[in-house]
Design a protein around this ligand. Sequence first.
Ligand code: TRP
Length: 378
Amino acid sequence: MRIPYWAGAFWGHPFRAVYTPPMTTAKPRILTGDTPTGRLHLGHWVGSLENRVKLIDEYECYFLIANMHAFTTRAAEPAGIRESTIEIVKDWISVGMDPERSTYVLQTEIPAIAELTWYLAMLLPFNRVMRNPTLKTELETKKAGENYSFGFPMYTVGQCADILIFRPELVPVGVDQLAHIEPCREVARKFNQLYCGVDPQTQDADAVKQGGLFPIPEGKVGRVARLVGTDGKNKMSKSLNNAIFLTDTFKQIKKKMGKMYTGRESVDQPGDINNPLFDYVRAFISDEDRVKELETKYAAGDNIGDGHVKVEVAEAIDKMLEPMRERRAEFEGPAGDEKILSLLREHTTRANAATEETLYEAKKAMKLDFGRRVLSFS
Ligand code: TRP
């Protein structure tokens, strides 16, 4: 039933006391994001960016620039973080995460995220946080020893807040990020049970129907869960120097592909189509018949050189990146940076509207409803 807009005007009318949050769209939501510590590469594309572009119209999308998290490992490099923040937004626009059809979320300007982080920190056992496998790996690879900051493990709680403050159904991420989604799901269940009276036996899918504030979000991994780097060994990663960036030129791509080691010695040696080179063939050559043909010839050692396959892959990647380069060209130089900053300011107001709403509801559930706060940002 639709309630006429004037119904609430009558003092004492039963509908008057009902507060209805503003509904933007009826679409389910997505929240995902990246930490601005470097440019995005092909691993990001196949692991998550591609999904974001595909789902942009089906969902109400919020894309987070985790610039606060960037400080957990680079507190001494504020200029670098600022530069990467702008670069990542350019990467996003270039891949087709259209800012006209989504909302970009600049983490440091969304106070509700930091606030919710505190409340959620109380619902996550310390040992649970420290058991996070992704966190453990990071602590090892960054060799921080005993001297890592308190804020470093805290970012995993922050990531729960990043997600839950938007109440999304879906979180498209690379496979290594799934370890962050799990505690987020746990903490959402806990909050719903503790403060919204949701029965612990409730199925995840029914959380909101049963009165919970937070849907239990699901992670969604892209079509290539883990793209190997051009070293043919490790996961593609900027810090391992084995990445092809979305901004690389054809020359750079060809050079990087050329270095990929397969161990094959001649054009008639039967090749292993499960080697890293063929992972790239399947990931980036879109013509399926051609992929099959290459696989058959390679497996048989039918007069086909690795060099040839590498060039063909490089061409396919280059073709895929071409429209991205074109979209990016609009944002070259300082004038481009200005455009990005003004876009972020505009989106911040929009993002804050959504997050303030959730925070208000969360605090209400926690009996912290002492009044309504109005945020202004300019
Ligand atoms: N930790 C993620 C990364 O480095 C970035 C991130 C922060 C994120 N908060 C998030 C991703 C919330 C998804 C959801 O890639």
